[in-house]
Design a binder for this molecule. Structure first.
Ligand SMILES: [Zn+2]
Length: 341
């Protein structure tokens, strides 16, 4: 499946498992097409995605949209080269008003969404579910490193489009992303069982010469009428890469009987494609009693006092629904004067 290569670090990238015939879920598979200066990642999510979406019992349109955000975050977060966090957040005026996906390296992912049930309808596109607002991607490398945040405006477009714009504006890397989320019914004892699946692919053009990575500017937006758009001829290699990834069908991204290796080979074999060691992804919240206590300690005393209900302070983690209970003393609530309300 891999092309022969004289790349010196190829030897250190010996796959940790033999190429699989069928999809291996909850894994990210990096790949390269050297002859076109393309790098990519392919993600397949099964149990990890199903765990997050099923525990929250999201309505299907919310599950599908949050699933896309989770697949996108797995593609981007798994590329972190250091211990850190990759956060994707949307804040918009559509039926799904808020989403957050938190990837903690090397492999933990968690997510939740807020939505208005009354405004949900079957068949709404991702863009219509999101509406207008913004998408933020934050890379946090820990206490001693700077935090990087990139923002993209959302105007009824999809998460795929937002990702293209993010990379164009923030990193000037020509990028294409494909995302698909599906529901699967599998026959099991006691009746068919519902499961969520997702698949995604990221393709980036990274030539040695940055000149080759130049792209046409974004739509001029509010520029005066008649302003000529800035035309830049795209590099042939990137034109070919885009046309190849554009042929990927949602069904192929989701197919449990088609491995990532086979799909990547199907798309790029004529140009020679190498795959690297897959990275696993798991649904795991990173909340803890200590972290919640530290958060409480950062609140104003009056706010902590307001949180006391029935003689205790109760905090529910929005990611995993874990409930943490503290006595007023543990939560740092000052003793109230006798007779105080
Ligand atoms: Zn949690």
């Amino acid at each position: 499946m891999t092309s022969q290569s004289s790349d010196p670090h190829a030897a250190s990238d010996v796959p940790s498992r033999a190429p699989s015939a069928i999809a291996v879920d909850d894994e990210v598979l990096p790949f390269e097409i050297d002859s076109l200066d393309l790098r990519g990642r392919m993600v397949r999510l099964g149990p990890a995605l199903d765990d997050i979406l099923t525990k929250h019992d999201y309505p299907a349109p919310v599950g599908k949209l949050l699933g896309e955000a989770i697949a996108l975050t797995a593609l981007l977060g798994s590329a972190l080269k250091f211990q850190g966090r990759f956060l994707l957040q949307t804040q918009t005026d559509g039926p799904v008003s808020f989403m957050v996906v938190d990837f903690k390296s090397p492999d933990q992912i968690r997510a939740y969404a807020r939505f208005d049930k009354a405004r949900l309808a079957e068949g709404l596109s991702s863009g219509a579910l999101l509406g207008n607002g913004h998408l933020a991607m934050t890379i946090d490398q820990g206490a001693h490193m700077s935090r990087y945040q990139g923002l993209v405006a959302l105007h009824g477009g999809s998460l795929e489009e937002a990702a293209h714009e993010y990379f164009l504006r923030s990193e000037q890397i020509p990028t294409r992303v494909r995302l698909a989320v599906g529901e699967e019914w599998r026959g099991e004892e006691g009746g068919p069982k519902h499961r969520w699946r997702a698949g995604g692919m990221l393709l980036q053009f990274l030539p040695q010469s940055t000149e080759r990575a130049r792209q046409a500017d974004l739509h001029p937006g509010d520029a005066p009428e008649g302003t000529a758009p800035h035309v830049v001829a795209e590099d042939d290699a990137w034109v070919e890469g885009q046309s190849l990834i554009a042929t990927v069908e949602d069904l192929e991204l989701l197919d449990p009987d088609l491995s990532g290796e086979r799909l990547v080979y199907r798309l790029f074999h004529e140009r020679g494609v190498r795959v690297f060691s897959p990275q696993s992804v798991r649904a795991q919240c990173s909340c803890s009693r200590e972290a919640v206590a530290a958060m409480l300690a950062s609140f104003e005393p009056a706010d902590r006092t307001d949180m006391v209900k029935d003689g205790q302070v109760e905090v529910t983690c929005e990611f995993c629904s874990s409930v943490y209970r503290f006595t007023p003393q543990e939560a740092g609530v000052e003793d109230q004067a006798p007779g105080a309300p």
